[in-house]
Design a protein. Structure first.
Length: 615
């Protein structure tokens, strides 16, 4: 008896399952429990809280920035969209986009002030922002209405919406549902785009994201702005529900609840925030809960956060995705066949800038120095890397090799000297700007995004080549889809080059160490570099993997990419290098061909030491 053939749905069909299920549930709810006014009101709350959770998740779940002040944007949206916009003489419907713009602008302003901070300090700033609202209510009593808030005198006529049947309560549920689906659509487009991958890269390693061309500071500002704008729109729905904007809704306890919702549902997922918001809203709406726990809601939220995060740190959807990932991996493992790396003859690497022997050097360092206080890590280094050259960089531990690479890639600013890349003075350029110029790199200590797939790691490397702005990504324009398809094709070609095609959909953290090394090289090549910096790529590799790395560097060189290779594996370095520079205590002590360097007395002394004569 043969087993039934597994049904494979088109990608668009699988993507539509979750939104379609949500729509059917809400449609049933509107015509089922929603027939009762109390449950319909609870449904309105659940849907706009789900939209809020999605917005906060963009910032916290995907970008890794914890805000405890987002309830302030919720109140701002209510004032701007439901109170002030109608007072300006425009249609109350205009309050929705007005609230988004106002919230996004305020979120961007807050981010510009604090996004250079990290972790605890960033969270404290957002907490302070939330604490400003009670003080502003007192100071701006005429505009904000004091502690009692402001009434909504010109509400939106939601009774005209489809399925409202002329009922304003049903209409408000329909409106909040539309806002939820619009938010879900925007978030889904963003997450599965250049913008979303950059966010997840920042969350796991801001250093690697910056070196891959992501303008991390500006990106965090955009995440804050989008998140705040979405929460502000939800504030309009809440104001229409109560016909009142109350400053009490902007307290820290409300911001904390938003975070608990996405933590229990699943940080960094799309379904998780909706599940968390629906579960908690409908759970607290039960009659028994209302009768016995109405005054202990903060206690219950605190206990849920404590127990839920301790027992299931990745939330409901995080655990579900883990199980699904294991099943998919098992199916791919059963169906996969061995994949070999592409040879140089079969694939040519695109290079960002044309490199010719008659043109400027790929890199020229002039008297480059780096001081950390009184310590001179790199001292007056001159270095030239010609087009298509593999330039080895060696020296004892602590000789300044990695510091020099960090200055070349823009991670570490130079103290003095000049850095010329492709004939351009990039001495003070940032890491993303250097990446845009054509400098790409790997790291001595792997800097992969282990919670992202192998393909997505390489796609982040394409960041500077993908000319798609946030607007195009959010609205899924034709240009964005076209660029995305080209980037996926490019990434798959690079994975084939390094022999990782079969692992494209696996998490990067699940790869063996040698494959992680090759993945980092593929990610660096995705930026179409003119100059590739390899920081000890053979460290920890088996001899068979070293030979494979040797072939890969040969392929890279054959494509015209210049390479700076820092390596302690002398056999590999001597085999591929055209020129070798030797550092000791941050200074150049020798430079020449591999044969010249091997026979240089200063190099021998630096590595083996010199026996002193005893009188």
């Amino acid at each position: 008896m043969s087993l039934p053939t597994r049904i494979h749905l088109p990608s668009w069909a699988t993507r539509a399952i979750a939104p379609a299920s949500l729509f059917l549930f809400l449609f049933w709810y509107l015509n089922g429990p929603g027939a009762q006014r109390s449950w319909l009101d609870l449904g309105v709350e659940a849907t706009y809280l789900a939209a809020i959770a999605l917005g906060v998740n963009l910032l916290t779940g995907y970008t890794g920035l914890l805000s405890l002040g987002h309830a302030g944007f919720f109140v701002v949206g209510g004032y701007v969209g439901a109170v002030w916009a109608p007072a300006w003489g425009v249609s109350p419907w205009f309050g929705l986009p007005a609230a988004f713009v106002a919230g996004a602008a305020m979120g961007a302003l807050l981010a510009l002030l604090c996004c250079h901070l990290r972790g605890f300090y960033l969270t404290v700033v957002t907490l302070a922002f939330g604490s400003l609202l009670p003080a502003l209510v007192v100071v701006l009593k005429s505009a904000l209405g004091g502690t009692s808030g402001r009434n909504v005198t010109k509400p939106i006529d939601v009774s005209i919406l489809p399925f409202a049947n002329g009922d304003s309560y049903r209409g408000l549920f329909v409106l909040s549902t539309i806002v939820l689906f619009a938010t879900l659509w925007l978030c889904r487009n963003l997450v599965h785009s250049r913008w979303g991958r950059a966010s997840m890269a920042i969350r796991e390693s801001e250093l690697a994201a910056s070196s891959s061309g992501v303008e991390t500071y500006l990106h965090k500002v955009s995440a804050f702005a989008l998140s705040a704008g979405i929460v502000s729109v939800a504030g309009v729905i809440a104001a229409e529900r109560f016909l009142l904007v109350s400053p009490s809704a902007g307290g820290q306890d409300q911001s904390f609840r938003y975070v608990i919702m996405i933590a229990l549902g699943g940080l960094g997922t799309l379904a998780g925030p909706i599940i968390g918001a629906f579960t908690l809203t409908f759970g607290f709406g039960l009659t028994w809960v209302q009768e016995h726990l109405v005054n202990q809601q903060n206690l219950v939220f605190g206990l849920l956060g404590l127990v839920g995060v301790a027992l299931a740190p990745e939330g409901t959807m995080g655990n579900v995705n883990k199980v699904l990932a294991k099943l998919r991996h098992r199916q791919r493992k059963d169906a996969s066949s061995p994949v070999t790396a592409v040879t140089a003859a079969a694939y040519t690497l695109p290079v960002r800038a044309a490199l010719t022997a008659s043109g400027p050097p790929a890199l020229e360092l002039s008297a480059v120095t780096k001081r950390f206080g009184g310590v001179v890590a790199v001292n007056d280094v001159d270095l030239i890397v010609e087009p298509g050259e593999v330039h080895g960089l060696i020296g004892p531990n602590g000789s300044g090799k990695t510091t020099l690479l960090n200055m070349i890639s823009g991670i570490t600013p130079v103290t003095s000297g000049r850095v010329m890349v492709m004939g351009h003075d990039d001495t003070h350029a940032s890491a993303p700007k250097r990446c845009g110029r054509g400098v790409s790199r790997t790291f001595q200590n792997l800097q992969l995004w282990k919670k992202m797939t192998v393909r997505d790691n390489v796609l982040v490397g394409c960041h500077r080549n993908l000319r798609v702005n946030t607007f195009q990504a959010a609205f899924g324009t034709h240009g964005a889809h076209k660029a995305e398809r080209a980037a996926v094709q490019r990434s798959d070609e690079l994975l084939a080059l390094v022999g990782l095609s079969a692992r494209a959909d696996d998490l990067a953290g699940a790869l063996p160490f040698a494959e992680q090394r090759r993945l980092e090289i593929a990610r660096a090549l995705a930026a179409s570099p003119s100059l590739l910096l390899l920081d000890e790529p053979a460290a920890g590799l088996h001899p068979s993997d070293v030979h494979r790395l040797l072939d890969l560097i040969g392929t890279i060189k054959a494509s015209g990419v210049s390479v700076i290779l820092v390596e302690h594996h002398m056999e590999l370095l001597m085999a591929v290098s055209d020129v070798i520079t030797v550092l000791e205590f941050g200074s150049v002590i020798a430079e020449g061909t591999p044969a010249e360097v091997q026979n240089n007395p200063a190099v021998v002394a630096a590595y083996l030491g010199v026996e002193e004569d005893v009188a």
